[in-house]
Design a protein around this ligand. Structure first.
Ligand code: FAD
Length: 385
């Protein structure tokens, strides 16, 4: 998104992606109302919504057997009053296709950044591994948008604060049938959580486990694991045996951390590279996109004329840090209290938080706003040449 916006504003951009395609399973599928608003501001919304997606206007969960509405997006002050569920590879393919229309945009697939180059203390570019050997690229600014295992951040020597995430996620597919019940979110049961994402002909399943617990789970029989899935979603009984090998169940490690400094001379980190997000609340993608919009708004004009100063980069951190802090604090709270804590442990009981959401529809607008728009939403205002 940062590459798209900067190129649109007339800044020459090279985006390096280490994989051959965007077909990764692990990043979440949610396109939030604020991102859809951005697509509108960019004049891309109508075409974007023609891509296959599901529109979710209300998030519901099954909590200890009770169906609870969690968030109501229909009252949001945005054009699209829903979350669009779209596999992230479709979203990235769409965006990169649009970006390639700008003469200043280049996307180099299978280019893995392996190091930074320096001139004394200033970052001057990257070294990348390609199928044809190593390549050096010089840049006025390197933007680390390489996710939660960021090599850019590590090579820049930026200090990271860890906040601990007591969970990991097991990620697997189970086929979908036409008469399956409509699902939009998840099943909470006695401190455990299963999320089902509708991907058309299959369910993408995310099963939350205690951190580091996968090895212990694997010492049990696969059948036992299948049965555990069924305690959440019995309608999968005739298909759960598709999970017939542990290799079909992938472990996704969850982290929450944040850099003290998101930048140094010649380099800026954004998205998970600056602040790794947990899946809790499903807001990491939105936050990363908001960082990208703020980057383009604050830096595009200066970058058109060359390098930017560290002070310019710090302004970006100053703008985006507090929304990040707020969301990460919320994620830590959800981990401690809702997912791994006592809140959901009572057998068949419905904790007070969920009762309130059930009784007072107006309260569902609070999580809707937090998830759908987030604190300090960004609007695109940088202009091209
Ligand atoms: C299990 C799980 C589920 C999640 N579900 C959701 C959800 O439903 N909704 C939500 O909003 N958030 C979700 N999140 C959080 C969300 O995935 C992240 O916050 C978001 O993807 C961050 O975007 P990003 O662009 O910063 O990083 P990423 O999405 O991780 O993208 C980084 C990109 O950089 C590339 N890359 C990495 N290293 C290099 C390198 N050395 N050279 C070149 N390219 C490189 C990667 O291939 C990738 O394309 C989830 C997180 C987890 C762990």
């Amino acid at each position: 998104m940062a590459g798209y916006l900067l190129a649109r504003a007339g800044v020459p951009v090279i985006v390096l992606e280490k994989h051959a395609d965007f077909f990764r399973d692990f990043r979440g599928d949610t396109i939030h109302p604020s991102t859809l608003e951005l697509m509108y501001e960019l004049g891309l919304l109508d075409e974007f919504l023609k891509q296959p997606h599901q529109e979710v206007r209300e998030l519901r969960a099954l909590v200890n057997g009770h169906s609870v509405p969690l968030a109501d997006f229909t009252k949001l002050p945005t054009r699209c009053k829903f979350i669009a569920f779209m596999p992230q590879w479709d979203f990235l393919n769409f965006l990169s296709m649009k970006a390639k229309q700008f003469p200043d945009f280049r996307l180099l697939m299978q280019h893995e950044v392996v190091d930074l180059t320096f001139d004394q203390q200033r970052v001057t570019g990257v070294r990348a591994k390609t199928a044809r050997g190593e390549l050096q690229i010089r840049a006025d600014l390197v933007i680390g948008a390489d996710g939660r295992h960021s090599i850019v951040q590590a090579r820049a020597g930026l200090e990271r604060q860890e906040f601990g995430a007591p969970i990991d996620v097991l990620w697997m597919r189970i086929s979908k049938k036409q008469n399956d019940p409509q699902q939009s979110f998840g099943f909470f049961q006695h401190g455990k959580l299963l999320v089902l994402l509708d991907r058309g002909d299959y369910w993408q399943c995310g099963f939350v486990i205690p951190k580091g617990g996968f090895d212990e789970i694997k010492t049990r029989r696969l059948k036992q694991f299948q049965n555990e899935i069924l305690t959440f979603a019995a309608f999968l009984r005739d298909r759960v045996a598709e999970l017939d090998d542990w290799s079909k169940i992938k472990l996704l490690t969850v982290q929450i951390n944040r850099l003290r400094d998101w930048c140094r001379d010649g380099l800026l980190c954004v998205g998970d590279s600056a602040h790794a997000m947990s899946p809790a609340g499903g807001v990491g993608i939105n936050l990363a996109i908001q960082d990208a919009v703020a980057t383009a708004n604050l830096l595009a004009e200066k970058l058109r004329n060359g390098a930017v100063s560290v002070d310019d980069l710090r302004k970006l951190q100053a703008r985006r840090e507090w929304p990040t802090r707020l969301i990460q604090a919320m994620q830590v709270f959800i981990h401690r209290r809702v997912v791994t804590g006592q809140t959901l442990r009572g057998k068949n009981s419905l904790p007070i938080l969920f009762r309130l959401l059930k009784w007072f529809p107006v309260l569902r607008q609070i999580p809707a706003r937090f998830i759908g728009i987030g604190p300090r939403p960004e609007h695109y205002w940088s202009r091209g040449r």
